[in-house]
Design a protein. Structure first.
Lengths: 257, 257
DNA sequence: CCTCGCGCAAGAGCAGTGCTCTCGTCGTGG
DNA sequence: CCACGACGAGAGCACTGCTCTTGCGCGAGG
């Protein structure tokens, strides 16, 4: 009578195929260990998908391993065969989400040959559109860090995809590789050194001044979207579309594009 | 034998005064209802203080009513006599924190009569300094919203204190009340209308173009601090002080100050 | 062809959470 | 002086992440 809540969901319910129709014969006794490995990969993916859906609904803090297990009609303990802890699952989710956003940004970028300002506007819009379409995912990426969780190195590469897009655009601005003509615009050595590693994200030559402009643009975009999505402009700004378009125009001007 | 974890902390432990020495005679039978009300106010404050400390240590998501109760040597259920919900406690914390930050910003602002650029730099530095000194509180204010929690109207006024400081500074820029001389810099009607309510935060006259500049500056500051504090520039930027100073310079330029 | 072993899922259980309800106490106002 | 109301404590519910043990089923080795 104890622990009834555990199997309540498996009571009179038929197997309920997760997405594909084959599930009761999932271990498919066809090619031995290969099939097992396949099944494992599939279930891993199914868990990730379910977690993704749950994340989109209740946010990172409400992500529950047990709910994922219920969703997939398995015991909560079985999930741990695939993800050692909640953090591991979170990392996989993080990588997937960064990649998702990075892909959206890359797709929105028209690429070299197009006016940098136009490119930046397109990517900025795509960034905001993605964030608005996936607010909880955005919060996962750019909101408060999960307490006690430190993102492993695996997440760095996907996380920098969108930054790289911005840097590429900045690099396509004429003269981005050279120091600005105006000596007053020169960066001091300390600041230049501080942001130097950022330039390695792109292959194209980029003067520190341009790197700084990119970071400035990036910070503004993140700030604007965060303020909007996290409700800080909720009562103050009426038309967020119009406001963001204006921010974009300013960002383009700042980038010198 | 069940529920032992509840009273474990009150076992052989002496009353342990919270901070002041008087505690066992807290109800102080002196002036009737006044004393009771006083004691109640004191305990409410003590709970808030404890929650504040816990917040600073484990972050908003890890804030636990039971831990607060343990800290104050009372039963967890007793806390509910003072705060109906975790959300109620969160709201009180939010108001207190917004006020804390707002006060820091106001204190950093040299006020009218000083060059707007200098004021903006000072407030920007104060904002970042406060955020770095209270990272979890910053996350509470400007990080992911707590799922299921919607900030009540009480939090709006404290939340806008720092915005008001920025608007005041923008209003002190010469010509901030007038439309810019350059017609190309004129805001279109839609954008102007979108941000119009923001201008009501300050008493000083402010052209929509200046309001937009303020919002732009605010977004950049929040973005820069969020990126730094939430670890997104962790591996990319070496000297965050230098980088932020550069951002500040750009923000000042953008404000036209 | 049978049996062993390994991978896996399931269940129970632990410690913790927010929150509710009940009960005993204690001080105060009628 | 007594009843009422505020209050603290404790038990309990439903939930969480995570661990440990048990048992099942499949493929491979003898």
């Amino acid at each position: 009578m104890v622990g009834r809540s555990e199997d309540r969901y498996a009571a009179g319910v038929p197997p309920l195929p997760t997405d594909q129709s084959e599930q009761s014969d999932r271990p498919a006794p066809s090619a031995g260990r290969t099939a097992r490995a396949l099944a494992r990969a599939e279930l891993t993916r199914a868990i990730l998908d379910s977690a993704r859906h749950q994340l989109a609904e209740v946010g990172p803090a409400g992500l529950s391993l047990r709910a994922v297990a219920r969703d997939l009609d398995m015991a909560s303990s079985a999930v741990y065969r695939y993800f050692a802890n909640r953090d591991t699952l979170l990392t996989a989710l993080l990588v997937r989400t960064y990649d998702d956003l990075g892909a959206a940004a890359e797709e929105a970028d028209a690429g070299p040959g197009v006016d940098p300002g136009t490119r930046l506007v397109a990517v900025g819009r795509a960034f905001r559109a993605w964030a608005r379409a996936h607010p909880h995912e955005y919060a996962l990426l750019y909101g408060s860090p999960v307490p006690g969780y430190v993102a492993p190195a695996d997440t760095v590469a996907p996380a920098t995809r969108i930054t790289r897009v911005l840097l590429d655009i900045a690099a396509s601005v004429p003269g981005a590789a050279d120091r600005p003509a105006d000596p007053a615009a020169h960066l001091d050595a300390v600041t230049a050194a501080a942001i130097a590693p950022v330039a390695t994200l792109t292959d194209r030559p980029l003067a520190p001044e341009s790197v700084a402009r990119s970071l400035h643009a990036w910070a503004t975009l993140v700030g604007a979207v965060s303020l909007e999505l996290f409700g800080h402009l909720h009562r103050a700004v009426l038309d967020h579309d119009a406001h963001f378009e204006h921010v974009l125009r300013q960002v383009v001007t700042d980038l010198g594009a």
